[in-house]
Design a protein around this ligand. Structure first.
Ligand SMILES: C[S@@+](CC[C@H](N)C(=O)[O-])C[C@H]1O[C@@H](n2cnc3c(N)ncnc32)[C@H](O)[C@@H]1O
Length: 235
């Protein structure tokens, strides 16, 4: 099976276990992306309301809550939301709100968020353009949307599926390479719902660190052929 979304229910107790075969790569990826986004946002990261769509175990929920933002984590997986809430309480992160809902139909009013995260979610959705337009709908004019995903290239398939899943760095069946998204497609779809590109970077796996940790460790790259991160601004 590919694009196995049940994984997030089944393994929800392991979200915060940095050695979990299910989540160790997401941990390592977060270690790279959190500082990247915080650098891009500067002081905006500690202000206002932040929505994390497909928040999973809440890595970014906690990151923003600790900085003083009011955060709402949304996910289809109720077990993941429960894990996120439990972990935040256990480590004393200021509490956040959670809602079990689909990225394709957010139960939120227009322009209610100052910032929106859509991290490692779009490549799991058959109707990802609808999800990016939902993100655009709920963010205020002048607000930001941060998205990360995998590129639909041969290299993306080789790294994510053949190497990542083949060597067990990512659980087998996590991805369907035909659902990966080219940066141009994402930027065009975002522009169509009022989001202008502000920042973009490609990412490459650091080979030795990845082999050593048995988890995907990323570094910035000019090459977007595997994964990439983008920051949009709502017009
Ligand atoms: C790869 S995880 C990413 C988690 C988190 N964003 C991160 O970067 O660590 C994908 C998450 O998206 C959630 N998800 C999948 N389809 C969804 C949908 N249609 N609506 C909301 N969440 C969804 C899954 O349950 C899972 O928690």
């Amino acid at each position: 099976m590919s694009n196995d979304l049940e994984l997030y229910e089944r393994c929800s107790a392991e979200w915060w276990d940095a050695d979990s075969p299910a989540f160790r790569s997401l941990h390592a990826i977060h270690e790279f992306r959190a500082p990247l986004l915080l650098e891009w946002l500067g002081e905006q990261s500690s202000r206002g309301r932040v929505l994390d769509i497909g928040c999973g175990g809440g890595y970014f929920v906690e990151e923003f809550a600790r900085r003083g933002a009011r955060v709402l984590g949304v996910d289809l997986s109720g077990a993941s939301l429960a894990a996120s809430r439990r972990h935040a309480a256990a480590v004393g992160t200021p509490p956040s709100d959670y809602a079990r809902a689909s990225a394709l139909a957010l139960p939120l009013r227009d322009a209610c968020a100052d910032g929106v995260l859509v991290c490692d979610l779009l490549e799991h959705l058959h109707h990802w353009k609808r999800a990016i337009c939902e993100a655009a709908r709920v963010v205020k004019p002048g607000g930001w949307v941060f998205a990360t995903t995998l590129n639909r290239t041969l290299l993306g398939r080789v790294v994510a599926i053949w190497i990542g899943e083949g060597l067990g760095f990512v659980p087998r069946g996590t991805h369907d390479a035909s659902m990966f998204i080219r940066p141009g497609e994402l930027i065009e779809a975002a522009a169509g719902c009022g989001l202008a590109l502000e920042q973009q970077t490609g990412e490459r796996p650091k080979i030795f660190a990845t082999l050593r940790r048995r988890a995907v460790v990323l570094a910035k790259s000019r090459m977007t052929g595997v994964t990439y991160s983008v920051l949009f601004r709502k017009r």
